[in-house]
Ligand binder design. Structure first.
Ligand code: SF4
Length: 458
């Protein structure tokens, strides 16, 4: 099997919520198509009259609720996920009919959110999160002058035919499974965080201190999402009128008369609510591994700082261990709710957080693996069923539960004889993959099954 050659910063992307596959991926697709347009010869551009965006599958089913229309429009208008101000997206949402000039050099076209149309939800495309961007001429029935189809494969990754991926080096320690990682750690006598850091340096050519600085920036962005959520109040955008709960939970956890265990766990959940509510508001979060699951690792990191009083370098090293688990899940299964259900988002995030805790607390690779496996195992089969197509119910509470399960998994794994653990992480990931393949399409981010249909309040 090919070795994993992903960058840590492919996994941990800073950008606007509420869904990496529905917002960050489509915004990147919009930006890519803008660049493609600007490379076209003048005669093609001269013949163009309008840009059309068509969403398919899960993007068509839940794209409006997830803000896909404004995300792809923002990308076409030159925004990128890392730097796009949330206010820019809010303005697009508040005035969907407003036309925006699209400067293509020799020609300026105009585009609005109304140019983003919903295609079929049920289609036999290889990826259920597909969008097509087209340049059309005068004749609406003629084939497009230019078209590119993008697959938004979760975690803010996009793919398209003929894609040129950035040139990368070879990993210093090639691996494709947890078994490989265990062997490398044993044979090379190297810590998991060191393995990840040296691989990142070999793949990207960046120096270790540059990588560590970028990891600190990721942790700072995660922490900022927790702070922003704790400071906010009111209702979240959308028809559910869901009240934010993070600040109230945090206040409950801060009351002196609460028992210590109640206080610590309540605060852990408050942190997860905070970042997940920021995601639901379309504000800046970090994909970890996705936007929908963007509360679990930030909550765990804040908990490690405050309740466990771990130093920042231990948290950073834990984040590297979390990245290893995220890579394995992405490489050998999926991290997209539209592909594998919520087990692939909340389940993987919880497994990553459990690994982060175990590694930062100084446990070896077997305990790290067992913690991740336990967390993932107890999310297997979880479907993706966002009510009304909004990443709010059940998503926000699932982040809190995922963080608590990560802590429980770490406690179990660090208290057992590692060799007595019967299930390996590779086996749990294989089970997640098989379960995702068998899962009915209506449970994969289409809002056509589960809670999405049994809750009709919206
Ligand atoms: S139910 Fe889970 S996978 Fe689906 S949108 Fe919500 S957090 Fe993401």
């Amino acid at each position: 099997m090919a070795a994993i050659d992903l960058s840590i910063f492919d996994l941990f992307k800073i950008g606007p919520g509420p869904s990496s596959s529905h917002t960050i991926g489509p915004m990147l697709a919009g930006g890519d198509f803008l660049a493609l347009l600007r490379r076209q010869p003048p005669d093609i551009l001269a013949a163009g009259t309008r840009i059309e965006v068509e969403l398919y599958g899960s993007l068509a089913a839940t794209g409006r609720g997830h803000g896909t229309d404004r995300a792809v429009l923002a990308g076409l208008l030159g925004q990128d996920p890392r730097h796009c101000p949330p206010q820019f997206l809010d303005a697009l949402a508040h005035a969907p009919e407003r036309a925006h000039p699209l400067d293509l050099g020799p020609k300026t076209l105009s585009i609005s959110a109304a140019d983003v149309v919903m295609g079929p939800v049920v289609c036999d495309l290889p990826c259920s999160n597909t969008l097509a961007l087209r340049l059309r001429g005068e004749d609406p029935d003629a084939p497009p002058l230019l078209e590119r189809r993008y697959a938004s494969i979760g975690g803010g990754f996009i793919q398209y035919a003929g894609q040129q991926l950035p040139a990368r080096g070879e990993p210093a320690y090639p691996y494709a499974s947890m078994a490989d990682i265990r062997r490398i750690v044993r044979e090379e006598d190297i810590g998991l965080h060191r393995l990840m850091l040296e691989n990142e340096a070999a793949l990207t050519g960046d120096r270790p201190n540059e990588i560590l600085a970028r990891l600190d920036a990721v942790l700072a962005a995660m922490d900022a999402s927790v702070d922003a959520g704790l400071a906010a109040s009111g209702v979240l955008p959308g028809p559910l009128k869901l009240k934010r709960k993070a600040a109230r939970l945090f206040a409950r956890g801060s009351r002196n008369r609460r028992p210590p265990h109640d206080s610590a766990l309540t605060k852990l959940m408050a942190y997860a609510f905070a970042a997940a509510e920021e995601n639901a508001a379309g504000h800046i979060v970090v994909t970890a591994p996705t936007c929908g699951a963007a509360g679990i690792i930030p909550a765990t990191a804040r908990f490690m700082r405050t309740a466990l009083e771990l130093p920042e370098h231990s948290i950073r090293e834990g984040l590297l261990a979390a990245a290893a688990v995220g890579f394995l899940a992405k490489h050998n299964a999926t991290i997209a709710g539209a592909e594998g259900g919520c087990q692939a988002e909340i389940g993987v995030a919880s497994a990553m957080a459990a690994a982060m805790l175990a590694h930062a607390m100084g446990y070896g690779v077997r305990v790290v693996e067992n913690a991740a496996e336990t967390a993932l195992e107890h999310h297997l089969g979880m479907t993706c069923d966002p009510v009304g197509g909004y990443v709010q119910i059940p998503c926000i509470e699932r982040n809190a539960m995922g963080a608590v399960k990560a802590y429980a998994a770490y406690c179990i794994a660090s208290d057992e004889m590692p060799a007595h653990h019967k299930v390996g992480l590779d086996q749990a990931i294989a089970a997640m993959r098989a379960t995702g393949l068998d899962m009915n399409r209506k449970y994969k981010e289409t809002a056509e099954g589960g809670l999405a249909v049994s809750v009709v309040a919206c």
